[in-house]
Design a protein around this ligand. Sequence first.
Ligand SMILES: Cc1ncc(COP(=O)(O)O)c(C=O)c1O
Length: 382
Amino acid sequence: MKGFAERVATVQEYYFSAKLREVNQLITDGKPVINLGIGSPDLAPDRMVIDALKSTAENPKAHGYQNYQGIPELRIAMAEFYAREYKVTLNPNKEILPLMGSKEGIMHVSMAFLNPGDQVLIPDPGYPTYTSVTSLLGAEPIFYGLDLEKKGRPDFEALEKLDLSRVKIMWINYPQMPTGAAGSKEILIELVTFAKKHDLVLVHDNPYSHILNPEPLSILAIPGGEEVALELNSLSKTFNMPGWRVGMLCGRADWVEAVLKVKSNMDSGMFLGLQKGAIAALSLGKNWFTDLDELYQNRRKLVWKMADLLQLSYSKDSAGLFVWCKVPEGKSPDELVDWLLYEKNIFITPGKIFGPAGENYVRISLCMPEFKILEAINRIKP
Ligand SMILES: Cc1ncc(COP(=O)(O)O)c(C=O)c1O
């Protein structure tokens, strides 16, 4: 064998892919590990969603290959969700592409726009996939800072000092993972102006828009956003469906078409049952969101308690599925994470995996029932 492709050396196995093997080994060895590391909603989707999947699976005619753009009813349900939740009008035939989760979209959007040597603006800290996909394609990640005192506003002043002539894509993500910075309409307006000025493709990754976030935002609702931006969205967190792998890409017809051109060569349409389930989820009413909000609010209060016990500092003004905690000066976040895992059997995520700005932080997930978070608190109590 003449060696792997050079791109394999540009990335490492995804942190959780490797770490969860270790956590699972501890569990196999009989350790009662409480996993507050990963943001995988632990509750089931709505009953109607499961019924739609089940009844479709019973239909012998439902098992064939599906359309690359999904069934029209799915795209219509996605368009209605955008109209209802964000007041954004999308043409379901041209401006929406169903995805197998938004993570897949990050690769396909990047493949549609990037050449080797192009540069990509990536939030630091941020979702590691933006960086690894950029590197896999031979493009160069350029990190930008966020002001956590100002709802995660990008450091535009520092950005303006850079030579941006080779930058093609700018990734943005509000509510921001891992910091929970909610963003604001004003920040999105600034971003649209910035993208226009520097001729960038702004891609808003929006999977947390309905988690502990009273005002879901879409970049496509901002005047001019539809010219310079694409948006990824996902059913994973909003509808407790992370394992289903359903997401969507929304925005300009010509840009969505270019992504479809790439994607249709990589995979085929989703199983019809998943599409029918997704339609049922997208049409859920306000109660779904208020229940979800209450659930995560209660859990978050307990996680705050846990953070207090560990003498961590955090902002109460945040959104999304995590609490982003600063480790006190002089203490090592790595030692804290290892002590929690090996001595207390509690898994939390070190902030450094989200970029250099995450070095002094840890991230605690809200995807555990209250009794488990209480148990974690009891294990930590002196
Ligand atoms: C910021 C961000 N974007 C995208 C994703 C991927 O979500 P999915 O592929 O399940 O839609 C995640 C998942 O954790 C995330 O945190």
